[in-house]
Every structure is written in C-alpha cells, then in structure tokens.
Design a protein around this ligand. Structure first.
Ligand SMILES: Cc1ncc(COP(=O)(O)O)c(C=O)c1O
Length: 402
C-alpha cells in the first residue's frame, strides 16, 4: 500500500482516473444554454447587450468598485488601463518576474518599458522592497499580479506608489472574487484587470474587464476600448483627439459569465474547502512550503493550488523533476506553472532588448527548482476524491523528505 507507484507499488489513481472523477470545467449550466440560444435568435450579439450591461453593474459591485468595463480579453484590458493612465513611450512600468507574458507585453504595446523585479519568497507576488529599488524618474506605474489567487501586499505597494507619485494597476487575472482587508481586488488601486480566458476561475473562453472607482478613468477606458464611443452611446459625440481601439466584448461571452457569476461564491467556497483539506494533509511535511497570501485576513482563492519544495529537507540529490515523476506515477495531475520566469517565456517572442531586468534570483529558484502547481479544477471534486489525492501527495512527499 505504501510502496510508491514510481517504485512498483499500486498507483492511488489509475491512468486518467482522476481526470474522469473531476467535475467538468468550464461548468455546463442549463440556464446558459437557453440564454445563448435566445441571444442567437435575437440577433443582439454585441454592442453592450442586456447581460453585458448587467455585468457592468454586478461585477463592479462584486469587486467593490463603481465601474466595470468589458473587453475581449485580459491583455487588452491591461493595455487599455495603461493608456488611460497616460503611460507611453519613455515611461517605465514595474512588473514581477513571475507572471504571464501579457503583464509585460501590455507595457510594451503602449510603447513603455517593462522593468522586471523579483518576487517575495512567501507570496510569490511582487516584492515591494524590490519595487522601491527599481524606481527611477521614468517610473510611471507598478503592476502587481495576484499570482495564482494569492494577493500581493497592496498596503506596501500603494504606500510606495504614493510616496513617488506613481500609478498602480492590479493584474487580477487569477483572483476573481478575492479580497484584501475585506475589499475586493481591483478596488485597491486605480484599476483592476481581469481575464476570463479558458483556464481562469470564471471563463467565457476569452474575455476581460477593468474595474475602477474613478469616474473619469472609467469613461476614458470605455472610450479607449470602444473606438471612442462613450457609455451613453449613441447620445454623446465621438472625441476628436483620442487614439482609440476596438476591444469590444460580445453578448455571448456576457451571458456565459453572467451565469457563472451567480455561482462564483459557491465555487470559491468549494475550492477553499478543498484547499484547506489538502493543506491539512501536507502542512507538517518539512520539504513542503505553501504559497501564502500577504495578510492573514486575505480572502483568497486557488486558481492554482501551489506549494514550494524546501530543498534543505528533501532527500539528498532529489530534483523537482524526480519528485514530480513520483507524484505523477500516483495518477495526480501536478505541474510546474509556466515553467520559467516571464522573461524566458517563448510566448514573449519580441522581448529581446525591450525590458530592463533587476536581480530575479527568487523568480529563477521558484520557477526552475521549487514550484509545484495543480489547477483549481481538482479542488472542485467530491471531498472523497480530494482526500484521495491529498493522501497520495502526502505519501510521496513523506517519502521525499530527509
Ligand atoms: C497574470 C495574467 N495576466 C494577464 C493575462 C492575460 O489574459 P488574456 O489571456 O485574457 O489576454 C493572463 C492570462 O492568461 C494572466 O495569467
């Protein structure tokens, strides 16, 4: 029973068994099928339809903001927010070395320079002290990323931004519905940028939105992303001197997200309960260190359930790849996130010479040697299934401990 599958024992899950035991993701909601058919038949497929308008109100309130503007994805939302904040050529924007490429690409798209800094070894979000060290007279903004739903230290980041008179834009692509000190992410700075791409906690295949409490920024972001039209379209005239984009959302996306949103608290509670259970199984194992959120009172989620290997407690000579192979032999779907820091990603293929990079030792150690990550989908499984994979994880990690 306790012989690892890697060493010839019986695996906890047969090949692909765990995948079959997981609930479908994205969720299939019957009410959404009806809505999609009715939208299809109505011909009202876009231009701020009924569900997009509802979401503009409801998702804004959900994240504790006044406004929410919907766009086609979470890269265009970052770009649009930077434009609205007046960031452009000659400016520098500080980003963490561990994030999806979009965080830095958006900076590049507006003609500014991404400045990459190290992450905090506990939260894996941007390290506020490293932000401070990277500030120059050209710095215009900071983009903290709430990585894998752990929330960046917004108190520290906002204090630094205030001291130097620079903007903060939260990348909330992994953090729908999460809160710091009781306030929704995306309400803790000038803008929150959310993605609804297929892997995310809420999804319509693709999609994005910006949240903000600032009336002027909301108007500007709407116009910038809707080829100049205002939220009162068509009553207000187009601006003559604003360089705008076409980043609109469709009513099909809106209907799908609208229905998921009605269940989001329920899904989050399930993921939180699943994560709590797994943590109970592995928290006392010395070679395991959980990714933390910044504050005790953070109401976080788990876009990925993540932990780090503690090399000092691993059996002599064991590499992360060997540990992974042992876990996978038990039939568990564990991965390593993006597998490299932002600036090494092949997906950012026009990055050469277009960024400034500070010391990123923590990013490299985490991404190349230590991070273990599993998608949120496994946390939505029945409790007995979560228990089984938590037990399997415990069995392997104990065997890997010195
Ligand atoms: C941290 C982060 N920011 C931004 C994005 C961009 O979102 P999208 O894929 O919707 O353009 C992603 C998406 O994967 C992401 O993970």
């Amino acid at each position: 029973m306790n012989t690892l599958a890697f060493h010839g024992g019986k695996p906890v899950f047969e090949p692909e068994e765990l995948d079959r035991l997981l609930p479908p993701w994205p969720p299939h909601l019957p009410e959404t099928e009806e809505k999609l058919l009715s939208i299809y038949r109505s011909g009202k497929w876009g231009l701020c339809g009924e569900y997009e308008k509802k979401l503009m109100e409801e998702f804004a309130a959900y994240q504790d903001t006044k406004h929410c503007i919907w766009m086609c994805n979470g890269t265009t939302t970052l770009e649009c927010a930077l434009l609205a904040l007046g960031v452009g050529p000659g400016d520098e924007v500080i980003v963490p070395g561990v994030t999806w490429v979009a965080t830095a690409q958006a900076v590049q798209y507006v003609g500014a320079t991404p400045v990459i800094v190290d992450i905090d070894p506990d939260t894996l979000c941007i390290d506020p002290e490293k932000v401070r060290e990277a500030i120059t007279p050209r710095t215009r903004a900071i983009i903290p990323v709430h990585l894998y739903s752990a929330i960046a230290d917004m108190d520290a980041i906002n204090a630094i931004a205030k001291e130097y008179g620079i903007h903060v834009l939260e990348d909330c692509a992994h953090a729908h519905g999460t809160k710091q000190h009781g306030k929704g992410v995306g309400s803790l700075s000038s803008f929150g940028s959310f993605s609804f791409q297929l892997s995310k906690l809420m999804t319509a295949g693709e999609g994005g939105c910006l949240t903000t409490n600032d009336d002027h920024l909301a108007d500007l972001a709407f116009r910038l992303s809707h080829i100049g039209n205002s939220r009162l379209f068509p009553q207000e005239p187009l601006p003559v001197d604003l360089e705008c984009h076409q980043y609109r959302f469709t009513e099909f996306q809106a209907a799908i997200i609208y229905d998921q949103h009605q269940h989001q608290d329920e899904y989050r509670a399930k993921r939180q309960a699943g994560a709590k259970l797994v943590i109970e199984y592995i928290k006392d194992i010395p070679c395991v260190k959980m990714q933390k959120s910044s504050y005790e009172d953070d109401d976080r989620d788990y876009y990925f359930f993540t932990f780090l290997l503690q090399k000092a407690f691993l059996k002599e000579g064991l590499t992360r790849e060997q540990v992974l192979a042992m876990i996978r032999a038990e039939g568990i779907l564990l991965g390593v996130g993006w597998g490299c820091p932002l600036y090494k990603s092949l997906a950012w293929n026009s990055s050469e010479g277009k960024y400034i990079k500070h010391n990123t030792d923590v990013c490299e150690d985490v991404m190349y040697n230590r991070l273990m990550a599993i998608s949120h989908r496994v946390l939505l499984a029945e409790q007995s299934v979560v228990e089984r994979w938590a037990e399997a994880l415990r069995k392997v990690m104990l065997a890997c401990t010195k």
